[in-house]
Design a protein. Structure first.
Length: 192
């Protein structure tokens, strides 16, 4: 169990360094120094910097996929599903700001897991877009370009990792309500 805890410590420290410097600029020596151990000791817990990145990005991407699958299987309205997507992004980001930075900024360095990551991301975006299209079709959402709606929402949601750490007194529920008001109520046909 102690080894698993140390591995988690290494991953957490690496995510912080990746956010500060970028994946390419961080060396194993940087990570070892931040951990207060010798670089050779890192290899008792991990195989490579690439493995750390894969662990970070793939676990977050799979968490988003799992959340989206729950949302799309629900019987909720399209507007309610969009609200759930906002909450999903806030909850994952609030607990993983450094990891979200790696997901957003370093995904292209995944090497052998890049195709899998892109598949997860494309499926997520496809499901997101389908929720919007169904909402437009059912007249819940104003007739507008669904891709622009999705792009606008995702751009905001994907950048939360930059903003959330600056808010010490952040209440995830309040943030979800505020973002819902800004991102969703403007496209909700029932607000006219």
């Amino acid at each position: 169990m102690k080894s698993e805890t140390r591995k988690n410590e290494i991953i957490t420290t690496a995510a912080k360094l990746f956010k500060e410097k970028g994946f390419s600029a961080v060396t194993m020596r940087d990570l070892a120094t931040a951990m207060g151990i010798k670089a050779a000791s890192l290899y008792n817990h991990i195989n490579s910097k690439q493995d750390i990145l894969k662990t970070i990005i793939i676990s977050i991407a799979e968490e988003f996929t799992k959340g989206m699958n729950t949302i799309i299987l629900s019987e909720a309205s399209s507007i309610s599903k969009l609200k759930s997507i906002v909450e999903l992004h806030i909850n994952i980001t609030a607990h993983n700001t450094n990891e979200m930075a790696a997901l957003n900024n370093d995904w292209m360095h995944l090497e052998d897991q890049l195709e899998y990551y892109l598949q997860l991301r494309n499926e997520y975006e496809s499901n997101f877009l389908n929720i919007i299209k169904k909402g437009i079709y059912s007249s819940e959402i104003k007739k507008s370009n669904p891709e622009i709606i999705m792009f606008s929402m995702l751009t905001t949601l994907r950048s939360l990792y930059l903003w959330i750490p600056k808010k010490e007194d952040l209440n995830a529920g309040d943030l979800a309500n505020d973002l819902t008001e800004i991102l969703i109520e403007g496209i909700n046909t029932h607000n006219n």
